[in-house]
Design a protein around this ligand. Structure first.
Ligand code: IPM
Ligand code: MN
Length: 352
C-alpha cells in the first residue's frame, strides 16, 4: 500500500474551481494507477469569501494550510474586488508566510503545440525559470508622501538579501543538475543599471557556481533575455532571476510554449509546504462556461506529485498531457480546444 498525502485544495476565484476539479480528477486517476492515496481538505479562500466576510484570510489560514503536504491552488483575483487586495492579501501573503522562496515555472513546448515562434520546435523550447518569490519589488517596502497632491512621492524598494538570493540561486543549480539537460544556469539581471541589487546577485551567483563545477554559467540582462527567449530559446536550460523580472519573463515564456492554457507553476519551499498553481489567473470572462483549458492546472498537479516524490505519477501525468495535446486538442486556447474543460480532464485522466 502506497503513501497517503494530505492536499489542501484552494480553488479560489473565476475559473479556478473549474480547473482544480479537473486537476483533482487527474490526480485521482494517478493515485489509483500508481498506488498512493490523496486526502483533500477544501479551503474557500478567495474573492467571494472576502466579499461575504470582509476578511481576506482567516487568522488561522497559514496554520491550517501548513497541516498539509502541499497546496493546490486554482486562481486568485475577482472582478468585484479592487486589484491588489486579494493578490497581496492571499496569494503573496501565503507565498511569504509559507516561505515559498522559489517560483518554479517550466517553459516547455509539447509536440504538436503551436508556438508563435517561427521554425522553433519542442527541441528548442525546453527550459525552466527559477523566480525568486519572497523578496525584490514584491516585498512591499517603500511608501508614499503627500498623496493626492502635485508633490506626491511614491517609493517602491527592491529588497535583496544575501540569504534570500543565495538560496534561490542554489536551488537553480541543483535543479540544473537534476534536469540533466544543457547543465547550464543563466542569471537574468540588470547589472548595468541596478548596480546595487544585481551586484549582490552576481557575486552570490558566481560564488555558488563554484560548488557546481559540472554546471555552466551564463548571464543575460533582462531585456536581452526577452530577446533571446524569442530569437534563440534553445540557449536556455535554467534561468534564475528576481521576483519582478521573473514575473515578466514567465508570461513571455507562457506565450512561446503555447499560451496560458498550458503554463504551470509551483511556489516551492523545499523544506516546507509548497503551493502549485496555473500561472494564468482567474479569467473572469470564461468563468462557468466549461471552456477554460485545465491543462495548466493539471500540469501544476503533475509538478506537485513530482515534488512529493511520486516521480512515476508525475511522468505518467506529463505523458498523458502530451498525448491528449498531440492527438486530440485542436488548440490550447479557451473555447477552441475542440472539447470542453471537463472533457479535457476526462481525456487526460483516462490517458493516465
Ligand atoms: C503571477 C501573478 C501574480 C504575481 C499576481 C497575481 C500577484 O501575476 O503569479 O505571476 O505577480 O506574482
Ligand atoms: Mn505574473
Amino acid at each position: 500500500m502506497g503513501k497517503t498525502y494530505k492536499i489542501a485544495l484552494m480553488p479560489g476565484d473565476g475559473t479556478g474551481p473549474e480547473v482544480v476539479d479537473e486537476g483533482v480528477k487527474v490526480l485521482d486517476a494517478a493515485a489509483k494507477k500508481f498506488d498512493f492515496s490523496l486526502e483533500y481538505t477544501h479551503f474557500d479562500y478567495g474573492g467571494d469569501r472576502y466579499l461575504k466576510t470582509g476578511e481576506v484570510l482567516p487568522e488561522n489560514a497559514v496554520e491550517e494550510l501548513s497541516k498539509n503536504d502541499a497546496i493546490f491552488l486554482g486562481a486568485i483575483g475577482h472582478p468585484d474586488v479592487k486589484p491588489g487586495i486579494l493578490e497581496k492579501g492571499i496569494l503573496l501573503h501565503l507565498r511569504f508566510a509559507l516561505d515559498q522562496y522559489v517560483n518554479l515555472r517550466p517553459v516547455i513546448l509539447y509536440p504538436n503545440v503551436e508556438t508563435p515562434l517561427k521554425d522553433k520546435t519542442p527541441e528548442d523550447i525546453d527550459f525552466v525559470v527559477v523566480r525568486e518569490n519572497t523578496e525584490g519589488l514584491y516585498a512591499g517596502a517603500g511608501g508614499v508622501l503627500k498623496k493626492g497632491t502635485a508633490d506626491e512621492v511614491a517609493v517602491q524598494d527592491s529588497i535583496n538579501t544575501r540569504k534570500g538570493v543565495e538560496r534561490c540561486i542554489r536551488f537553480a543549480f541543483e535543479y540544473a543538475r537534476k534536469r540533466n539537460k544543457r547543465k547550464q544556469v543563466t542569471l537574468c539581471g540588470k547589472t548595468n543599471v541596478l548596480t546595487f541589487a544585481f551586484d549582490l546577485w552576481e557575486r552570490a551567483f558566481y560564488e555558488v557556481a563554484e560548488e557546481y563545477p559540472d554546471i555552466k554559467t551564463d548571464y543575460a540582462h533582462v531585456d536581452a533575455t526577452c530577446m533571446w527567449m524569442v530569437k534563440n530559446p534553445e540557449w536556455f536550460d535554467v534561468i534564475v532571476t528576481d521576483n519582478m523580472f521573473g514575473d515578466i519573463i514567465t508570461d513571455l515564456g507562457a506565450m512561446i510554449q503555447g499560451g496560458m492554457g498550458i503554463a504551470a507553476g509551483g511556489n516551492i519551499n523545499p523544506e516546507g509546504v509548497s503551493m502549485f498553481e496555473p500561472i494564468g489567473g482567474s479569467a473572469p470572462k470564461y468563468t462557468g462556461l466549461n471552456v477554460i483549458n485545465p491543462l495548466a492546472a493539471i500540469g501544476s498537479a503533475q509538478m506537485m506529485m513530482d515534488y512529493l516524490g511520486e516521480t512515476e505519477a508525475a511522468v505518467g501525468i506529463e505523458n498523458a498531457i502530451k498525448r491528449v495535446v498531440a492527438e486530440k486538442l485542436t488548440s490550447l486556447s479557451a473555447g477552441k480546444m475542440g472539447y470542453g474543460t471537463k472533457e479535457v480532464g476526462d481525456l487526460v485522466a483516462s490517458a493516465v
